[in-house]
Ligand binder design. Structure first.
Ligand SMILES: C[S@@+](CC[C@H](N)C(=O)[O-])C[C@H]1O[C@@H](n2cnc3c(N)ncnc32)[C@H](O)[C@@H]1O
Length: 421
């Protein structure tokens, strides 16, 4: 991660010699992501979770605060990277005639942490450049300029305690979305969990009541079934509005949403509306169908037991009605009695159809692989399967699924919730 030091040396030169013509590009929130991509592979960026917020998203996030950022605020970015969000926050603050006095006042407002020292240094250097870019007069050395940012530090954000956060009034957060080992405390179960959830949880527990928080989170925390307890905890502590943003940026294929609100001063019944359709009390798919994941795991299940017609995502032709077996295999696990609808789990907001389906109308039980979901009519009627297929193909269902789940796969819960009239 320290490859960014090379870039930092260029930033120091820009400050030392006040290269007016490049000041602006050094604090361009969209180009730092490209700079990082020159030094790091995509794999290294993923591992560090170092995807920096672009200009449009940063503007939306900072403008969303209910109370404006002023020189009396204390604004923290718990995972500040190269400082994009803090730079955008500084744009809410006034400047003075000189660099030193401007940074002295900004240094009292802006706080940040990151694991990597080259990122922390880049944050400070870019804030200095931002001030110069706004026309202040350079009256101090680079070293002195950097020294005003005593609250921007190299630190593991999960080790920051409540005592250090007492003065914080605003939090801006775009955490890493990497997979981290679960701490196995509170509601976190064993296994790997999304780092964004852990960091959010840590700050909800440690920030002062009434603190304003505006955060960018991966869609899995909003729509993934594994994060139900996370959502419940957020709702209990945090009064916030949820809004879908879509893809993080052109080069980063992950969908995000914003949560903007305030840490509750007292516990109440107000909860976050994670899904726009939550108040729709009309019929839903699970009123008429049972939904489950195909039970057969191809790489794991041995070829023993009876022979069955076998369906997996490659031999189920989209939107067809299949009444003969295209493939057979032995299987000892749970088999399904048709008629039923098989829906592909892999699904992206960029697909023409989010829920691609096939009707299976065999007279014998079938084995279904786990990349497919099994939707079985409670009535056992083929007519109901045909009606469902039309609904799955409709514009309304695509729109519903695109709002409900921006992940690259469908869940049992979201299929069950599809409006069905
Ligand atoms: C998604 S980037 C966001 C950076 C910045 N807030 C922005 O929006 O441009 C997340 C940052 O978190 C940092 N990070 C990852 N784990 C961390 C930890 N345990 N403590 C502090 N920072 C961490 C990474 O180095 C990375 O710079």
């Amino acid at each position: 991660m320290n490859q960014l030091y090379q870039h930092n040396n260029d930033l120091k030169d820009i400050i030392e010699n006040v290269h007016i013509e490049v000041l602006k590009s050094a604090v361009d929130l969209d180009s730092i992501d490209l700079v990082l991509r020159e030094y790091l592979s995509l794999e290294e960026m993923r591992e560090a979770g170092s995807f920096f917020t672009g200009q449009n998203l940063a503007t939306k996030l900072i403008k969303s605060f209910n109370e404006a950022i002023t020189l009396d605020s204390v604004v923290l970015d718990p995972t500040c990277g190269a400082g994009n969000l803090l730079i955008e926050c500084s744009r809410m603050l006034g400047v003075q005639k000189n660099l030193s006095s401007t940074l002295q006042s900004w240094g009292k407002v802006l706080q940040g942490y990151d694991l990597h020292s080259s990122f922390v240094e880049a944050t400070k250097l870019r804030l200095v450049i931002e001030a110069l870019n706004r026309g202040v007069k350079k009256d101090c050395s680079v070293e002195q300029a950097l020294s005003y940012f005593t609250h921007i530090q190299v630190k593991d954000t999960l080790l920051v305690c409540a005592d250090e956060l007492k003065e914080v009034t605003h939090v801006v957060l775009n955490p890493p979305f990497s997979s981290w080992a679960s701490p196995q405390v509170h509601y976190w179960k064993k296994g790997k969990v999304n780092a964004a959830g852990l960091i959010m949880d840590h700050y909800l527990r440690n920030l002062p009541k009434g603190c304003l928080i505006s955060v960018i989170l991966p869609d899995v925390l909003r729509s993934g079934s594994r994060y139900e307890k996370f959502r419940q905890y957020c709702s209990s502590q945090y009064e916030a509005q949820c809004s879908i943003w879509g893809r993080f940026n052109k080069k980063t294929d992950v969908d995000v949403f914003l949560l903007v609100g305030k840490l509750k001063s007292q516990i109440d019944d107000i909860s976050i509306q994670w899904q726009e359709h939550e108040n729709d009390h009309n019929g839903i798919l699970s009123d008429y169908f049972d939904v489950s994941v195909g039970p057969l795991v191809a790489y794991r299940d041995p070829l023993i037991g009876n022979e069955y017609a076998y369906f997996h995502s490659k031999n189920t032709i989209a939107w067809a009605v299949l009444d003969t077996a295209v493939e057979k295999r032995n299987f000892k696990g749970r088999v399904i009695q048709p008629p039923c609808v098989l829906v592909k789990r892999t699904s992206s907001p960029s697909d023409k159809y989010r829920a691609t389906a096939t009707i299976i109308d065999l007279q014998e039980p079938i084995a279904v692989e786990n990349h497919l979901m099994v939707v079985k009519p409670k009535s056992n009627s083929l007519q109901d399967c045909k009606k469902l297929m039309k609904i799955l193909q409709s514009k309304e269902t695509n729109e519903f699924l695109n709002k409900a789940i921006r992940l690259r796969h469908l869940t049992v819960k979201v299929l069950k919730d599809i409006p069905y009239h």
